[in-house]
Design a protein around this ligand. Structure first.
Ligand code: GZL
Length: 334
């Protein structure tokens, strides 16, 4: 009971601060409305947390783009808890923001709060991760990356890497998979896309798959445990660079050469992963673009005006492989 009261009080405080902030800025809204109808839009954004360099870059992109667009941003960090996201969305509804956008930490459990937003007449934009929902009309659209394609791209690299290598179901190419947050669309999508390709070639076998929750610390722990129990590993497929950095730490501790003794494929394309690719410690890095802030603001403007948007908008992404000339690659910024 005590915890709940504290949590509700925090939510009330958040609302109070938001109201105070917007009250002075809202006066600006009336003045601005004469000059630019789009200015003064209030966007409520629920971010899942700060679990990786990718997530922090995603948050910076949203905050910087809102400032550049003159959109008033109510930004809430849910600290990896869906219940905090639901509370934040409810506070945005209570405050009657113009648009709500959020990254759903997991795909399920959004029906009720999105129905409340719809009943309040507030359009909702889903970003980065997708949701499973009965009534697709409860949100206006999605912008983010295509996790299933990212999984396919990882698998296609392995087909090329092991082309011509003698392998059979009796002498398989043994794959360890470290997956992302259980129930999240990137973890499910990457696993699905990877298997769509790999399952066509029986010589590839996933001998171990476990969630590392997109965290470097869990990637390290899981890899230490795997190395203590399995001695024949050919490939590590890691759903994000954060976990991969933990994997590299664990592998090097055992005197094993990552990228040579074990092929490593990873997703996100953080600077640290690109640097590991350049050092030959990683063999393939599939990009997952976190810099969607400007597009999110354009979509928020459209929704605030009552316009419709495309249902699914996937951002462009590339694949970086060993042997690529990366000398001209710009700093990644995350
Ligand atoms: C993917 C995104 C994932 C990243 C991780 O779209 O949701 O969450 O791959 C991040 O680095 O934690």
């Amino acid at each position: 009971m005590e915890k709940n009261r504290l949590s509700n009080f925090r939510c009330f405080l958040f609302l109070l601060c938001a109201a105070a902030l917007m009250a002075c800025q809202k006066t600006g809204k009336e003045e601005d409305s004469e000059t630019d109808g789009d200015k003064g839009i209030i966007l409520g954004f629920s971010q899942i947390g700060a679990e990786s360099a990718w997530r922090n870059c995603n948050s910076r992109s949203i905050q910087e783009a809102a400032a550049a667009a003159g959109i008033q941003l109510l930004f809430n960090n849910a600290e990896q808890k869906q219940e905090n996201q639901i509370k934040a969305i409810r506070s945005f509804i209570a405050y009657q923001v113009d648009v709500i956008a959020f990254v759903p930490i997991v795909a399920g459990g959004w029906n009720n709060v999105l129905q409340e937003a719809k009943d309040a007449g507030i359009p909702v934009l889903v970003t980065d991760r997708k949701i499973d929902i009965e009534d697709e009309n409860l949100y206006a659209g999605f912008i983010g990356t295509d996790s299933v394609q990212e999984g396919r791209d990882a698998a296609k690299f392995l087909l090329k890497k092991f082309e011509g290598r003698p392998a059979s179901p009796d002498n398989p190419i043994r794959i360890i998979e470290l997956s992302g947050t259980t129930g999240s669309s990137p973890a499910m999508g990457r696993a699905q896309g990877f298997r769509e390709i790999i399952d066509q070639y029986p010589q590839f076998q996933i001998i171990y798959s476990e969630s590392g929750d997109f965290l470097r610390s869990k990637g390290y722990e899981l890899m230490r445990s795997v190395l203590s129990s399995l001695d024949e590993i050919d490939v590590i497929f890691s759903h994000n660079d954060g976990m991969t950095l933990g994997v590299l730490d664990a592998i090097k501790e055992k005197g094993i050469n990552p990228g040579t003794d074990i092929v490593i494929v990873t997703i996100d394309a953080e600077q640290a992963a690109i640097d590991a690719l350049k050092r030959g410690e990683v063999n393939c890095v599939v990009e997952c673009n976190p810099k969607t802030g400007p597009e999110i603001m354009q979509l928020a403007r459209k929704l605030a005006r009552g316009d419709t948007i495309d249902r699914f908008i996937h951002v462009e992404e590339v694949v970086f492989s060993e042997g690529d000339d990366l000398s001209g690659l710009a700093p990644r910024g995350y």
